[in-house]
Design a binder for this molecule. Structure first.
Ligand code: GRF
Length: 208
């Protein structure tokens, strides 16, 4: 990838969007290989949308309620295509994805999960790690495949579980690492992928 070209990333959120904010903030650095070109939410009042909009990033919000999963995902995919997105980052996107959507973005869609996968897939990871008496916990960035929280692992960060931790203190400790790990893992994937296989769908200035 030419040093001056930045890959176009779309971020999907459902809520607070602190990982989205970390990805956006990292994109502001000159040596970052991506820019955040759209933020999409299935929750129209997701707090993260305002953070993105305040930074001039286009947003698209559409409630999934009453829409079939595959149809909803087609609408999201349309918004991503319209924004000429090359990579998708799920950041607290609380939706199961349809197989067609997962296939369409295979190798170019990442997720962050608050556990050391393959341990603790799914929800309530912090409490489950505490209940199991773990001494270590953390977060994982992985490629998204059809099975929930199951794709190839790109990067992990570990934290200790300390005496007196509850799920809130543990979640906060993990979240600090999530915000470091996610931008770094996404940047590494983009550098690697674009070097090997430039995305076919890119429209460069002058061709539009
Ligand atoms: C994070 O813990 C992330 O790992 C998980 O959902 C949470 C989203 O938090 N997938 P935020 O919206 O990024 O603040």
């Amino acid at each position: 990838m030419p040093a001056d070209r930045k890959a176009r990333v779309g971020i999907l959120i459902s809520g607070r969007g602190s990982n989205m904010a970390a990805l956006i903030d990292a994109a502001g650095r000159e040596d970052c290989p991506y820019e955040v070109a759209i933020v999409i939410s299935n929750v129209p009042d997701a707090p993260g949308l305002a953070y993105a909009a305040d930074r001039g990033i286009p947003t698209f919000a559409l409630s999934h309620k009453g829409v079939k999963r595959a149809e909803f995902d087609l609408l999201v995919d349309g918004a991503l295509r319209d924004a000429r997105i090359e990579y998708v980052a799920l950041a607290g996107y609380m939706r199961l994805l349809s197989p067609g959507f997962v296939d369409r973005w295979a190798g170019r869609m990442v997720n962050i999960h608050p556990s050391l996968l393959p341990a603790y897939k799914g929800l309530d990871t912090h409490q489950r790690a505490l209940d199991a008496g773990e001494t270590r916990h953390g977060c994982t960035v992985h490629l998204v495949t059809a099975e929930l929280d199951d794709g190839p692992i790109l990067a992990q960060a570990e934290v200790p579980i300390l005496p007196g931790d509850d799920s809130a203190t543990l979640a906060n400790r993990v979240l600090v690492e999530e915000h470091r790990l996610y931008p770094a893992a996404l940047a590494a994937l983009i550098r690697r992928t674009d070097a090997v296989q430039p995305p076919a769908a890119i429209i460069t200035p002058g061709q539009e």
